[in-house]
Design a protein around this ligand. Structure first.
Ligand code: PRP
Length: 175
C-alpha cells in the first residue's frame, strides 16, 4: 500500500498528538455545554473517531452523507443531502468535524443548512486546511495542519476510494 506514497507528510504519532491537543482545546471551550459533533461521510470518519475520544465531555455524534452535483470542480458547492442527521440540533452547540477543507464550498453549504436549524452555536474543526484553494470565507475554529496543493491520502483521505486506511497522511506518487 505504501508503494503508492511519495513521502509521508504527517506520521501517525504527529497526527495523534495534534488530535489530542485539539480535543483538549474543545474540552476546555465547550465545558458544561451540550455539544454535537457533526461529520460528513466518508473521509472524516477516522478523524472523528479519534477526536471524539480526545474530548472529555459527553458529546453526541451525528453523521451526514452528501453528494455533489457533477464533479467537485463543477459543482459550485451545490450538494444534496442523501442522509440527514438523526439529531435535532436546535439550541445545541454544533461543531462540524471535517477531514479537509479545499474550496470550502461543501462546508459553506453544510453551514448554511445547519444554521437554518438554529443551533446555539456553529463552528468548524478540520484536521487539514488548504487555504490557497478557499473560494469562500469560513469560520474555522480548530485546525490541525495546513497543506499545500499536493494530493494527500491516508487517515481517511482517499485516492479513488482506496488508501483511506493508511495510519499516516502522505503525498500520492504522481500518476
Ligand atoms: C472531501 C472532504 C470535504 C470536501 C472538501 O470530501 O471530506 O468534505 O472534500 O472539499 P471542498 O472544500 O472543495 O468542498 P469528498 O467529496 O472527497 O468525499 P469523501 O469524504 O467521501 O472522501
Amino acid at each position: 500500500m505504501t508503494g503508492e506514497i511519495e513521502r509521508v507528510l504527517f506520521p501517525a504519532e504527529e497526527i495523534e498528538r495534534t488530535v489530542v491537543n485539539m480535543g483538549r482545546a474543545i474540552t476546555a471551550d465547550y465545558a458544561g455545554q451540550d455539544l454535537v459533533l457533526v461529520s460528513v461521510l466518508r473521509g472524516s470518519l477516522f478523524f472523528l473517531a479519534d477526536l471524539a475520544r480526545a474530548i472529555d465531555l459527553p458529546v453526541t455524534i451525528g453523521v451526514m452523507a452528501i453528494t455533489s452535483y457533477g464533479s467537485r470542480d463543477q459543482s459550485g458547492g451545490v450538494v444534496r443531502i442523501i442522509k440527514d442527521l438523526d439529531e435535532d440540533v436546535g439550541g445545541r452547540h454544533v461543531l462540524v468535524v471535517e477531514d479537509i477543507v479545499n474550496s470550502g464550498l461543501t462546508l459553506a453549504y453544510l453551514l448554511k443548512t445547519l444554521r437554518a436549524r438554529n443551533p446555539a452555536s456553529l463552528a468548524v474543526c478540520t484536521l487539514l486546511d488548504r487555504p490557497e484553494q478557499h473560494l469562500v470565507e469560513l469560520p474555522i475554529r480548530y485546525k490541525g495542519f495546513t497543506v499545500k496543493d499536493e494530493y494527500v491520502v491516508g487517515y481517511g483521505l482517499d485516492y479513488k476510494q482506496k488508501l483511506r486506511n493508511l495510519p499516516f497522511i502522505g503525498v500520492l506518487k504522481s500518476i
